[in-house]
Design a protein around this ligand. Structure first.
Ligand SMILES: NC(=O)c1ccc[n+]([C@@H]2O[C@H](COP(=O)([O-])OP(=O)(O)OC[C@H]3O[C@@H](n4cnc5c(N)ncnc54)[C@H](O)[C@@H]3O)[C@@H](O)[C@H]2O)c1
Length: 305
């Protein structure tokens, strides 16, 4: 156990307490440390990703009134000591998260193989290598629908981003991950297992599950692990604000409807739930876990009917 100083001051305990609604470092600094009010605290809590070099692809977020999965993952990883390359297609989003957590922003569109190679080259140049790759990018909507309704354009666009983009990023990172015996975490979805109204999204995520297990097995002898998280109904801007904007359904009504569907406490999960699962799978605590598809869904996948 090594003493550490949180990059933005305060202590780990303060961040844990503040997580759900107050992740911004400035707010945390104001809030201070409950154990050591008024000063920076040094604690002997081991950081779970100390010395790790992480790439979080899709680290920005859809604008909205809560936090997105990728942004929460980048935040938790930085808190646990990782150096984080915050990758996003939108420069402003990557820059905002990187500034917030003390990471490095990088702009790339993962549908472009050259950009995927550039992501890895940047991580190597900045950090000296790559230990963790998080594939968080995922899109839907825009012409997706049941099989007899979805448009070809939507199908191709969603597959190109959710499936091919994840594969291209993994392909680019594997040589570096083999050097470090690193870990990949793909953010899939419960929609990979169930659903009927978003054919392209569902199929893309089912394929991400298979991508995960294929990569896990083809890299196991090289010490690289690959797992996926299947978030269920989460209270994120992508799921609430975007859907509310597109459908015209009031955000609070949408929240109430989704909450009622969740077995555990009749309440959606949030991005911190995804981030904490990603933290575990990316850390050495999961050193014997590869090829796993982990639902983070309040029990929804356990229910039939
Ligand atoms: N929110 C939910 O309820 C839910 C449920 C299940 C699964 N998921 C999965 O979680 C992941 C995303 O969650 P989030 O909350 O972080 O979403 P988000 O939309 O807030 O963040 C994703 C980020 O990816 C970026 N991006 C989009 N296309 C890109 C591309 N081609 N190249 C690089 N960056 C790109 C976006 O700019 C955005 O900032 C997706 O894989 C999604 O399928 C979410």
């Amino acid at each position: 156990m090594k003493p550490y100083r949180r990059p933005w001051g305060g202590c780990n305990t303060a961040l844990q307490l503040d997580e759900p609604g107050r992740a911004a470092p400035a707010q945390l600094a104001d809030y201070g440390c409950p154990l050591h009010p008024g000063r920076f605290a040094i604690h002997t809590v081991p950081m779970r990703l100390a010395q790790k070099r992480a790439i979080v692809v899709g680290a920005g977020q859809t604008p909205g009134d809560t936090i997105g999965n990728g942004r929460a993952i980048a935040t938790v990883f930085a808190r646990e000591g990782a150096k984080v390359l915050c990758v996003d297609r939108v420069a402003e989003r990557a820059g905002e998260v990187a500034a917030e957590i003390g990471g490095v922003a990088f702009v790339a569109d993962i549908t472009d193989p050259t950009a995927c190679a550039a992501i890895v080259a940047e991580a190597k140049a900045r950090f000296g290598g790559v230990d963790i790759l998080i594939n968080n990018v995922g899109i839907g909507g825009g012409g997706d629908g049941p099989a007899h309704v979805a448009t070809e354009a939507a199908f191709d666009r969603i597959m190109a981003v959710n499936l091919k983009g994840a594969w291209l990023t993994i392909k680019a990172a594997i040589p570096s991950l083999r050097e470090s015996k690193g870990a990949i975490v793909n953010i899939s979805s419960l929609a990979s297992l169930a659903g009927a109204n978003m054919i392209a999204y569902e199929i893309s995520k089912a394929a991400v599950n298979r991508l995960t297990q294929s990569v896990a097995l083809s890299n196991a002898k090289h010490g690289v692990r690959c797992n996926a998280i299947l978030p269920g109904l989460m209270d994120t801007p992508m799921a609430i604000n975007t859907v509310s904007d597109v459908t015209g359904v009031d955000a609070e009504a949408l929240r109430a409807k989704r909450n009622a569907q969740v077995p555990l406490g009749a309440k959606m999960g949030d991005a911190w739930d995804t981030a904490n699962a990603a933290l575990f799978l990316a850390s050495d605590e999961a050193k014997f876990i590869t090829g796993a598809l982990l639902p983070v869904d309040g029990g929804m996948s356990a229910r039939v009917g």
